[in-house]
Design a protein around this ligand. Structure first.
Ligand SMILES: [Zn+2]
Length: 346
């Protein structure tokens, strides 16, 4: 029996070499120490032995069992370590590789231009005012000297929500709100940037939605020269210090006299190019002295107060500044377009 046990030990020692994973280690265990193993047969034969023999065989069998168990434990341990090493090798991180670039969000080009305009006027003491995009016919037209029958309404034919409420066709409705809400009338300077809506056929230079910035200054002794000086400052800030402006007579119902304002072409310096359509000048905004009717409609005594007003399209200013040829690019959110205005990259 002792010989049998020793040969089991010998066999186990040989076979452990071929054990290399969890399944084979379980098979090995059941083959050498399981219920149907040769070792188990020897154990069950012990009952027929004498006391002395039992003692000897018992000692050897204990020694063989713990030898085999030891083989199993060591093998299981080394298989586990090997698995871990393989996993570590596979998951190895190369800390010297360059990191993935993360792009931070940036402001929309129209927001950037609007804020640049706001900064300029804030520095000149203007309030920046915002308000509802749906407003009454009275605020959008009536009080601005555009009664219901006025032909100039056709140019601003708009999106009505009800008979009296509409998507504002210009931010001038905010000027009306600002003036009428003032309890004690006094001199002021304000700009009102915001979205506006007019019925239009969308193409590269027209859109049913666009944004405006309008300005209004009311006070005593306000003259056309104040308006000219202000707009010259605006043109130089937006298009460069060398720019000149010129006024052309025009018509708006809410101003008298009214003007279209051109800026000298920043691309060709008045020599003529595609941007200025070979005229040397680019139209940038409309303006004029506030019509006395508008002042009266909003509760201001026109014999005491005068004022000037101007309005520019933010898309137009942005397009001129950045050479954008299709204004739909501002609204379609194509990342390839927007990333041109992304100045931050980390
Ligand atoms: Zn030009």
């Amino acid at each position: 029996m002792i010989e049998k046990l020793n040969s089991i030990k010998e066999e186990a020692l040989n076979e452990i070499q071929d054990v290399n994973d969890e399944t084979s280690i379980n098979n090995f265990k059941s083959k050498f120490l399981g219920k149907k193993s040769a070792f188990s047969d020897v154990m069950s034969g012990m009952k027929d032995l004498s006391a002395e023999e039992k003692k000897n065989v018992g000692m050897v069998s204990n020694e063989v069992r713990s030898f085999i168990q030891d083989l199993i434990d060591k093998k299981a341990d080394s298989i586990k370590k090997e698995g871990l090493n393989k996993k570590l090798e596979k998951d190895k991180i190369d800390v010297t590789l360059p990191s993935k670039k993360r792009r931070a969000g940036t402001k929309h080009p129209l927001t950037q231009v609007r804020e640049e305009i706001e900064d300029l006027f804030i520095s000149m003491g203007y309030d920046v005012v915002s308000g509802p995009e749906v407003d009454s016919d009275e605020n959008c037209f009536e009080k601005l000297n555009l009664p219901k029958s006025h032909p100039a309404r056709d140019a601003q034919d708009s999106f009505y929500i009800t008979d009296d409420m509409l998507l504002r066709p210009h931010t001038s409705s905010m000027q009306v709100r600002y003036m009428t809400s003032m309890e004690e009338k006094h001199a002021f300077k304000m700009i009102c940037p915001g979205k506006t809506y007019r019925r239009d056929d969308d193409d590269a230079t027209h859109s049913h939605q666009f944004s405006q910035v309008e300005g209004l200054v009311v006070g005593e002794n306000i003259s056309l020269s104040d308006l000219k000086g202000t707009l010259e400052c605006f043109a130089k800030r937006m298009f460069g210090t060398g720019r000149e402006i010129r006024f052309r007579a025009s018509f708006f119902p809410f101003t008298e006299p009214s003007y279209e304002v051109d800026v000298s072409c920043f691309n060709c310096d008045k020599k003529g190019c595609n941007i200025c359509k070979h005229t040397g000048w680019i139209e940038i905004l409309g303006c004029g002295m506030v019509h006395p009717n508008v002042l009266e409609n909003c509760g201001f005594d026109h014999t005491k107060y005068q004022g000037f007003a101007f309005g520019a399209g933010i898309e137009r200013i942005a397009s001129l500044k950045y050479g954008v040829t299709n204004m739909r690019d501002y609204f379609t959110n194509d990342y390839r377009f927007l990333k041109n205005f992304d100045r931050k990259e980390i």
